[in-house]
Design a protein around this ligand. Structure first.
Ligand code: GLY
Length: 386
């Protein structure tokens, strides 16, 4: 380990969009920050995601989670602009909105339920009949029954965003060490009070009073000395396979969901279809069955999908906590240890708000948002143990 990388004010484990965004915010505040990753920058879920900023499509009920997602979504226009200024990279923030289609009886019930709770919660959701939906997107399945429109559920290009965050964090002074395995987060205990002292890696020890676990699906594999709060599969990998095809002409412009899949149009001429939700451990293979299911579901949304040329297929691992909620904030038992993980299906959406709250905690010990619903302490209750 070079001398100048042996000591930091903050070490972040995980160089995905979450870790890189936190590093950017900390480095902007002149906090000497080192980000470590077992692979490449943005090489896992950040690369595999679809880039939808879609709380109204992804959340299932009113409450703390959708409120966090909506607050995070509201940060995006400024976040995209700031990233472009800092990095010169356009993250393709698109504001056409999202359509959610009813294609059969079951879908109609689900959309009615969604419409009810979202309207009651005061969220911006519109009902569109078949004709209005097809007027907006003439390429969609002409047999669709009706749709919800979420005008504020937008999208970005997540791969460009990972690159922009890396560039911005580095320009602000953060250091990145890739292909570096963490052996252990080191803890010291003085008069019964525990606090982090740094991170032991396969390239040496980095001394730091602050360690942020932002390792996505790998978070539960990290060893924290004498403090195994994250162990025992608190965060599990959930595989999502994806297919990108060449965009048909005329193009699809909205993100379009059904209850079984989604389509995400990209400015560069690709149409992305997703996804599977599979417990396959850390296996990132793409399977014939997975791709077949995605193509069937995409063809329900857009009938000609199965005739389009495939450009890329891939799979990534979503980090899913036991209750599907992210794990955000301070560890109450170990000074200087923070969590920014478990974002499951909403890592891209929650990147700006996660970076804000975690950097606030590091810089001034308090966050501007109540993080109690997302605290690691929920896994410390006896009924949540194991
Ligand atoms: N956010 C969409 C997915 O995880 O598939």
């Amino acid at each position: 380990m070079p001398e100048d990388l042996k000591k930091a004010d903050a070490v972040i484990i995980g160089a995905g969009v979450i870790g890189s965004a936190i590093a950017w915010r900390l480095a902007q505040a002149n906090i000497r920050t080192i980000v470590i990753d077992r692979g490449e920058v943005g090489g896992e879920a950040s690369h595999a995601a679809g880039g939808m900023l879609a709380p109204l499509s992804e959340a299932d009920s009113a409450g703390d989670f959708v409120n966090l997602c909506v607050a995070g979504r509201a940060m995006y226009a400024d976040f995209a602009r700031e990233l472009q200024e800092a990095s010169g990279i356009d993250i393709e923030y698109r504001t056409e909105g999202t359509l959610y289609l009813a294609l059969n009886d079951h879908d109609e019930e689900e959309l009615e339920r969604r419409w009810e709770w979202q309207r009651t919660a005061g969220l911006n959701v519109k009902r569109l009949n078949r004709g209005c939906t097809l007027k907006l997107e003439p390429r969609l399945n002409p047999d669709l029954r009706w749709a919800l429109k979420f005008p504020d559920d937008h999208q970005v290009n997540n791969r460009s965003m990972a690159a922009a965050l890396h560039q911005s964090a580095r320009s602000a002074g953060a250091e990145f060490i890739t292909q570096c395995e963490v052996r252990r987060v080191q803890i010291e205990s003085v008069s019964g009070i525990k606090r982090v002292t740094g991170v032991l890696t396969d390239q040496g020890f980095i001394e730091s009073d602050v360690v942020v676990i932002a390792a996505g699906a790998w978070s539960s594999l990290l060893e924290v000395e004498n403090h195994q709060v994250m162990a025992g599969n608190k965060i599990k990998p959930v595989r999502g396979q994806m297919v990108a095809v060449e965009m048909p002409s005329p193009a699809i412009n909205h993100v379009v969901y059904s209850c079984r899949g989604y389509l995400v149009p990209r400015l560069g001429g690709l149409l992305i279809a997703g996804s599977t939700t599979e417990s396959a451990g850390f296996d990132k293979r793409v399977t014939a069955g997975g791709i077949n299911a995605i193509i069937q579901h995409a063809a329900e949304i857009f009938s000609g999908f199965d005739q389009l040329s495939i450009s890329e297929i891939w799979a990534g691992l979503r980090p899913r906590s036991k209750d599907d909620l992210p794990v955000l904030g301070l560890d109450p038992g170990v000074g200087g240890l923070l969590y920014a993980t478990g974002h499951y299906r909403n890592g891209i959406l929650l990147t700006p708000i996660t970076a804000r709250v975690i950097s606030e905690l590091v810089i001034r010990g308090q966050s501007s948002i109540d993080l109690k619903p997302f605290s690691i302490t929920r896994f410390l209750r006896p009924e949540a143990a194991g």
